[in-house]
Write a protein that binds this ligand. Structure first.
Ligand code: ZN
Ligand code: CA
Length: 411
């Protein structure tokens, strides 16, 4: 009896969903399930706490919880990595289809300077590939967070102050995915994406086969609303996205003007926060960028990501995992410096096969005056910069072809 009843409910959901062309479950989830976290304790500043520096690159470690019930759902590492690649291209406006943004909207299209990596260090400091594969007995999950709990056939979240949790699973009905908005319960915080719209290679279903479901949902996780504000001619609290009557789907022809359009350019249907097909969306705006980045400011909901170093495999105990799927092209050797901005010590580590041992590091001020020089005796070095006044400095490491130049901000 109970199962017939739930089946009936599922059918009603399904019919409603297909009539409304609903592809994103975030608005319904927020209405039905989202509860703000209990009041956060007052901020106690520790040594490393800091505000964002304008336009610094913010890199977010991602842990993918892949829940599969059939072989088909157990998508490849390649497919998962393709999604991280899409996120980096879309958020940095390096997507090749950025040229398709209509001229009328190009002036406000933005590189958010937010990036993503598959986590390289676990919460316990162990090396990881940033992917957890787990068999589940569940044929599908509903949009009620079951996938976020091992006890419910899902997988528990990693510390959502340091990692973006992405659950990849089979969602019932037409929902492609949903996200939690900032400020909710830490154990639920993250993004859920249907396995067959994750990434842009392998098992992906047209017209959602270019990885834009995750771009859209991660932007919700970073505080963006749908461009029409989920109401008739509503507001998304972003000034440079024009007012829009409702969502668009498929692939509209520019301009799409409605009764609440502000001018002849009409809807910004190619914005990642509309419901158009993956091949027809290509941009965030400057206003959306500033809204997302505001979460990382001191006191902001996602500020803790400024000191999440889970993208740095050298910090894992026992060193990084061997990467069995390295690209054929040899990655560029360089150096990594953190923290940057710095207060006291900076740590310099090699990236790819760069060798620090035996090289010299010189620190200059912006007038070109040499202030500090240190020779490296190991492949991981600390430099104490406490004595430097606050400001911008240039670090030079090595000579000739191997020379690396890095800007350092001293707080
Ligand atoms: Zn959405
Ligand atoms: Ca707007």
């Amino acid at each position: 009896m109970r199962s017939i009843f739930s089946l009936a409910i599922l059918c009603i959901f399904s019919i409603q969903a297909s009539l409304a062309q609903h592809q994103c479950g975030t608005e319904a989830y927020t209405r039905n399930h989202f509860k703000p976290a209990k009041e956060q304790p007052a901020i106690v500043l520790r040594g490393q706490d800091r505000d964002t520096v304008p336009n610094e690159i913010i890199t977010i470690p991602v842990i993918v919880h892949l829940l599969f019930n059939t072989n088909e759902q157990n998508i490849s590492d390649e497919q998962i990595k393709s999604q991280i690649d899409v996120l980096n291209k879309d958020f940095r406006r390096l997507n090749t289809d950025a040229v398709n943004t209509p001229d009328a909207f190009k002036p406000v299209a933005a590189d958010t300077r937010i990036m993503f990596c598959l986590a390289k260090v676990t919460p316990d400091g162990k090396p990881t590939k940033g992917i957890i594969r787990k068999y589940t007995t569940k044929a599908f999950f509903l949009g009620d967070d079951g996938m976020k709990f091992s006890a419910a056939g899902g997988d528990d979240a990693w510390d959502s102050k340091k990692y973006l949790n992405i659950w990849v699973c089979t969602l019932f009905g037409r929902s492609l995915g949903y996200a939690t908005i900032p400020g909710g319960d830490a154990s639920l915080d993250g993004v859920v994406i249907n396995y067959d719209v994750f990434g842009n290679t392998g098992f992906v279903r047209p017209p959602f086969n270019k990885g834009r479901t995750a771009t859209h949902e991660v932007a919700h996780w970073l505080g963006l609303k749908h461009i029409w504000g989920d109401e008739n001619c509503g507001s998304d609290d972003v000034d440079d996205t024009p007012r829009q009557k409702s969502y668009n789907y498929g692939c509209p022809v520019f301009p799409h003007v409605t009764s609440c359009s502000e001018n002849a350019s009409g809807d910004m249907f190619m914005n990642f926060m509309d419901f158009t097909d993956d091949a027809c969306m290509n941009s965030f705006t400057y206003g959306q960028k500033m809204k997302m980045r505001s979460l990382f400011a001191l006191g902001g909901t996602r500020n803790s990501f400024l000191y999440s170093f889970a993208c740095d495999s050298s910090l894992a105990s026992g060193g990084p995992l061997p990467d069995d799927t390295l690209p054929v092209i040899k990655p560029k050797a360089s150096v990594n410096i953190y923290p940057n901005p710095a207060i006291s010590d900076i740590t310099i580590t090699p990236v790819n096969d760069y060798i620090l041992t035996g090289k010299t590091c010189s620190i200059y001020n912006v007038q070109g005056k040499l202030l500090l020089r240190q020779s490296f005796v190991s492949n991981r070095e600390k430099i104490n910069v406490t004595a430097l006044p606050s400001g911008i400095y240039i670090l030079k490491i090595g000579e000739g072809d191997e020379k690396q130049v890095v800007k350092l901000i001293k707080l």
